[in-house]
Design a binder for this molecule. Structure first.
Ligand code: GTP
Ligand code: MG
Length: 199
């Protein structure tokens, strides 16, 4: 899919104030610093569209970006950032949870996982919660430029083995590097296919 236009629409903390209408949307979620905002910039090929930072906890709002005037990409705050104070962490958890459960236009959620880490309880539990609530999701493995190919394959296999302990089937999984612009065509084609199937 060609990205002809990508524009920021609105930031907010309240799912009720998200854009109206029935355009499909695709949101990015995962631990703080996993690379959600960078992935949005890479997919849209717009440096600086979504704000990124080396410091975890950069994205604190639900951010809507409209693509080709027909669908939305949504940048969400990260979860599980331990340094953040407890009240703020709880507030963000509630914003994310309300958005995921109440946003009818949410077509697919991309759950981002850093390729360097072993399976983390917080991510596994989050995916189980998605399953319990019938939220369709896919997995995006991020920062693949940080590992050798063989190490990456080892980690991927270990991750999938861990998932198969609780899941009968594996969700669609994408290998990406925002740094090297890898995985872009695969994700955009996946979104395009879903958009076409909805029309
Ligand atoms: P929060 O908004 O804080 O939850 O973080 P985020 O998930 O949006 O992460 P963000 O995109 O801001 O990236 C965090 C850090 O990881 C930044 O320093 C990025 O430059 C870096 N980063 C993101 N993607 C990649 C990647 O593919 N490769 C490498 N090497 N670094 C990356
Ligand atoms: Mg972010």
């Amino acid at each position: 899919m060609e990205i002809k236009s990508a524009e920021f629409v609105i930031s907010n903390t309240d799912v009720q104030k998200c854009p109206e209408g029935d355009k499909p949307e695709y949101a990015f979620i995962g631990r703080s610093n996993v690379g959600k905002s960078s992935l949005i910039n890479m997919l849209t090929n717009r440096k600086g569209l979504a704000m990124t930072s080396q410091t975890p906890g950069k994205t604190q709002l639900i951010n809507h970006f409209i693509i080709n005037n027909t669908w939305y990409l949504v940048d969400l705050p990260g979860y599980g950032y331990a340094q953040r104070n407890k009240a703020n962490r709880e507030r963000l958890r509630q914003i994310i949870e309300d958005y995921i459960l109440e946003r009818e236009q949410l077509t697919n959620l991309f759950v981002l996982i850093d390729c360097r880490h072993e399976p983390q309880k917080i991510d596994l539990e989050f995916m189980e919660w998605l399953g319990e609530n019938d939220i369709p999701f896919s997995i995006v493995i991020t920062k693949t430029d940080k590992l050798s190919h063989s190490r990456l394959m080892e980690n991927l296999k270990a991750y999938q083995a861990k998932l198969l302990e609780t899941w009968e089937e594996l969700p669609p999984t994408f290998l990406t590097s925002s740094e090297k612009k890898e995985g872009r065509d695969e994700i955009l084609t996946y979104i395009e296919d879903i958009n076409n199937s909805i029309e």
